[in-house]
Design a protein around this ligand. Structure first.
Ligand code: FAD
Length: 396
């Protein structure tokens, strides 16, 4: 089967000719209580990606239903570090860095639109290392990011201590980049609330059992929609046969009232993200072999706690608040899967954001809304069809 390049649902919705104020299509009938029985778009999954998308589509006038099998932010979007960190995360120049930079630049506007409420902090991230190998990596990173025209500054020892009070012993190097962080669960809920304010219906406790052309089957009956977008995180693969898979991540929140950490700080083997109320989030493991296992293990916890105290020794005396494990939506090449799902007419994917789903959420929502509502092209590097087999096969 040869897949189309042009977004199919985009044409379908465009063909109705009523955007940005869509009229009801002939199949859409209001129920007695005013609820629509069918929608322009059904979004499956109430994590940050699904909520960002529901909000973007509803703001632009589409009728939207969001189906979440548990409650909003029940998956990875609940406990993520919340870092907006394209520069810290990048191992080298490439598409993920470029997407991340574009995505990071959207957040001041998102915060203004939503009226804040999710602790956006764009004051930068410090990366320190206590090894010579790590120091060489940081210097090389400062160099290539500088060549790309980005701010990436090696700090001297005094500056490093100033930015990271309580920093341990003898760091070999420290780097500052203008990345940021926020509270991901509160962002997710704020986006869902915005979607509802613009007329979207958010249904929690409604698992999608099956998705197909123009419909989502649930235990409460089918939901009919012009397009279905699956944003079910690590569970998107089982629902659509897309090549996504879970990448388990464990982290722990500590509490040290009055702790002096202001900037997110990466050390050797962990990152420390200061959160409201004297909390510090320590992350994270990366365990693609763990499948859908969401248990917190003693070994991982011990490793994270040791790594945290090696950066800021005072954290050894902190109270352990919340160990947690989540499943990142993985993708085989590290880039998200955004666009029509191969072999499933009218079904789209918005998943595979792996370590950067919080960062990439508003950007993903813009892309899909542009494609669905205006027929705009999607970035080829993110199209799910890049994994599809041409000829007689289906999705690889
Ligand atoms: C430890 C850890 C730290 C991280 N730190 C960062 C970070 O600092 N910065 C960053 O950008 N990213 C980070 N990430 C990654 C980020 O959390 C994810 O990329 C992002 O949350 C994915 O969002 P999502 O909406 O796709 O998935 P999820 O948040 O997992 O949401 C998917 C939702 O779909 C629902 N669902 C599943 N199946 C169905 C179904 N059949 N029907 C209905 N609903 C369904 C689930 O209940 C869930 O609520 C981290 C992840 C982990 C695990």
């Amino acid at each position: 089967m040869r897949l189309q390049h042009v977004p199919r649902a985009g044409r379908l919705l465009q063909g109705r000719g009523a955007w940005p104020r869509p009229r009801l299509n002939p199949g859409v009938r209001p129920c007695r209580d005013g609820m629509r029985e069918s929608f322009d778009v059904a979004v499956v999954g109430g994590g940050v990606i699904g909520c960002a998308l529901a909000s973007e589509l509803a703001r632009r006038g589409a009728s939207v239903v969001l189906l979440e099998r548990e409650r909003l932010a029940a998956g990875a979007s609940y406990g993520a570090g919340g870092m907006l960190a394209p520069q810290v995360e990048a191992h080298g120049p490439g598409p993920l860095l470029e997407l991340g930079l574009t995505a990071r630049a959207l957040f001041p506007d998102v915060a203004e639109r939503l009226g804040g409420g999710f602790d956006l902090d764009l004051s930068g991230i410090v990366r320190v290392t206590f090894t010579e190998e790590g120091a060489a990596e940081l210097r090389s990173r400062a160099e290539w990011q500088g060549r790309r025209g980005l701010q990436a500054r090696i700090l001297d020892a005094a500056e490093a201590r100033d930015r990271v009070p309580g920093l341990a012993g003898d760091p070999r190097a420290a780097l500052w980049v203008p990345d940021g962080q926020l509270d991901p669960a509160r962002l997710t809920v704020a986006l869902a609330e915005e979607a509802v304010r613009h007329g979207a219906r958010v249904r929690e406790g409604v698992p999608a059992l099956h998705v197909g052309p123009g419909r989502v089957d649930t235990a409460a009956g089918p939901v009919v929609a012009g397009a279905v977008v699956v944003a079910a995180g690590a569970w998107s693969g089982p629902l659509t046969a897309a090549p996504g898979y879970p990448v388990k991540g464990q982290r722990v929140v500590l509490r040290l009232p009055g702790h002096p950490l202001r900037h997110t700080t990466w050390g050797d083997g962990c990152y420390l993200v200061p959160k409201a109320g004297g909390r510090v989030l320590v992350g994270a493991t990366e365990e693609p072999e763990a499948g859908f296992d969401r248990r917190v293990t003693a070994e991982a916890l011990a490793r994270l706690l040791r790594a945290a105290a090696a950066v800021i020794p005072a954290l050894a005396g902190a109270e352990v608040m919340e160990p947690w494990a989540g499943l990142r939506p993985g993708s085989p090449d590290g880039l998200p899967l955004i666009g029509p799902a191969p072999g499933l007419d009218g079904v789209w994917l918005a998943t595979g954001h792996q370590r950067n789903g919080i960062l990439l959420a508003p950007w993903t929502a813009h892309l899909i809304a542009d494609a669905l509502l205006e027929g705009a092209a999607l970035p080829e590097a993110c199209l799910p069809e890049r994994f599809a087999v041409t000829g007689s096969g289906g999705a690889a």
